[in-house]
Design a protein around this ligand. Structure first.
Ligand code: 6LW
Length: 494
């Protein structure tokens, strides 16, 4: 059965997967975005529907100090004795913690905090013991493990269970059991061109582990010009037919040399077979955009279907929408007239700006918004394409010298420039039209400015996330006296 990679496009790094009650569930890291840790469900591993988030309350995730390099790092999602467990790390405050739920789409518990260093925690359950395995900060003892008391979060004594294949930076440990043998899968080489998936095995979950003679079991380090690079940070799942599958992060590079990626690290899927007691990913071949493998369920969509979301926000914000850090929820109101935004003093160049975005999931896509806004002096609202506070583009309506006008503003590092202005009425159609190389900004159907995708890429902006697009409002130093009303937003991939 054919499917396309990435199976979860747009920034969905560090995927973790489990199977329960006949379905597959997947979660990814989310950094400074709120709600945190998006959750998806699938019956066939190729078509994923959003079902909610694990961190929906500020009491679970205080993101105030988080940014594109911190906040919520890699999670592990597991199902044991009827309970879903999600363990992760808030590197901006608190460290490791886990939450639980009976229904992954429902509310998750308050955190149980775990006092250990490092990142990338994993949970493995066997015979009443929960093994907590994690990447420590010590390159001489990179993969540590201890028994976890699920009632208290207390850890037993930690020990080093493996030091890795060849790279001092050994991360993303996950443990599996197959036919009485225990497998430890890790990532090495860092989350870019040198990334690789490495495997070891033992007769006991605590080790001692021996490395696979064919390590790395997956890497794209040798294909510098390939479209798909940096594959790594993987998780394994067995389907109800007994077949094994791997999900991992990867990047889709674009542009002339040096190539770059602006959609972030996305989730890819590959089949796994076993030879001599070791896993073989995709028959030992690189992961491709077009794959053909015996998926465990029928396809829900044909590959030509366009992803299109058309919303008036009458039913509130859909699951695809997310805030940068914990929002002032009084600034956002949905109802019969659409999404009402109250701009605060912060612009997009500062944390706390009034902005709500959704992941850009394709190179060729567009976001169109019908905006009704009569700004006071210095007030502004529109739609933005955001990598972070120092790298974003926006088309908005403001008032200058008494005149209402639309502007296109580009912020790239230390440089900010308005590249287009035009008078507008109180209601206006704003659009951003993206292709692999550029973002074009249209006002009532006429292009007003554009910016290169390169300058919102990870290679320029840095960070672990990817571009998000959506509406914003700001008073540029004061709180807006008038609300901006986004009457409708259409997001579609061409
Ligand atoms: C993730 C870790 C990593 O926790 O990046 O480069 C972190 N390696 O495995 C964030 O994605």
């Amino acid at each position: 059965m054919r499917y396309k990679n990435p199976v979860l496009p747009g920034f969905h790094p560090d995927p973790t997967i489990c199977r329960a009650d006949g379905s597959f569930f997947l979660a990814t890291s989310s950094f400074e975005y709120v709600p945190g840790v998006p959750l998806y469900r699938s019956d066939n591993l190729a078509d994923w529907e959003p079902i909610g988030h694990a961190l929906t309350r500020d009491s679970q995730f205080a993101a105030h100090h988080a940014d594109a390099l911190t906040g919520i790092y890699a999670p592990t999602l597991r199902h044991h004795d009827g309970t879903f467990y999600l363990v992760t790390t808030n590197v901006s405050g608190g460290g490791h913690f886990f939450v639980t739920a009976e229904d992954p789409a429902g509310e998750w518990s308050e955190p149980t905090w775990i006092d250990a260093p490092g990142i990338d925690p994993d949970l493995f359950f066997e015979d009443g013991t929960c093994y907590f395995t994690y990447h420590s900060d010590d390159p001489d003892a990179p993969i540590q493990q201890a028994e976890l008391d699920l009632e208290t979060g207390d850890l037993g004594e930690s020990s080093t269970i493996w030091t890795g294949f060849r790279d001092p930076y050994v991360e993303a440990p996950h443990i599996y059991e197959r036919d009485g043998t225990y497998y430890l899968m890790v990532a090495e080489g860092g989350t870019h061109a040198g990334h690789m998936v490495v495997m070891a095995r033992a007769d006991d979950p605590t080790g001692p582990y021996e490395g696979c003679p064919d390590n790395p079991i997956l890497t794209h380090w040798g294909q510098p010009r390939d479209a798909i690079r940096a594959v790594g940070h993987a998780d394994l799942v067995q389907d109800h037919n007994g077949a094994w599958w791997l999900v991992c992060l990867g990047i889709r590079q674009r542009g002339p040399w040096p190539r770059y990626h602006h959609l972030g690290r996305e989730t890819f899927l590959a089949p796994v077979s076993w030879e001599n007691g070791w896993p073989v990913v995709n028959d030992g071949e690189p992961i491709q955009a077009a794959m053909d493998a015996p998926l465990p369920g029928d396809r829900k969509t044909d590959e030509t279907s366009i992803d299109r979301t058309d919303t008036t926000f009458a039913d509130g914000l859909g699951l695809e929408w997310q805030f940068r850090r914990n929002p002032d929820r009084e600034r956002y109101e949905t109802g019969s007239d659409g999404l009402r935004l109250r701009g605060g003093p912060e612009s997009l160049a500062e944390p706390g700006a009034t902005f709500v975005g959704r992941r850009q999931t394709a190179f060729d896509c567009r976001l169109e918004a019908a905006l009704s806004f009569d700004p006071g002096a210095g007030e502004e609202a529109g739609i933005a394409v955001v990598a972070d506070e120092r790298h974003h583009y926006q088309v908005g309506v403001t008032r200058r010298e008494g005149r209402r006008e639309a502007i296109v503003r580009l912020r790239i590092g230390d440089a900010t420039e308005i590249v287009g202005r035009t008078p507008v009425g109180e209601t206006v159609d704003l659009s951003v039209v993206a292709d692999a190389e550029s973002y074009r900004f249209l006002v009532d159907g006429t292009e007003l400015g554009s910016g290169s995708t390169r300058y919102l890429s990870t290679e320029v902006a840095d960070g672990f996330t990817g571009v998000v697009v959506g509406p914003y409002a700001t008073g540029h130093g004061t709180t807006c006296e008038t609300d901006a009303v986004i009457e409708r937003v259409v997001y579609s991939t061409d």
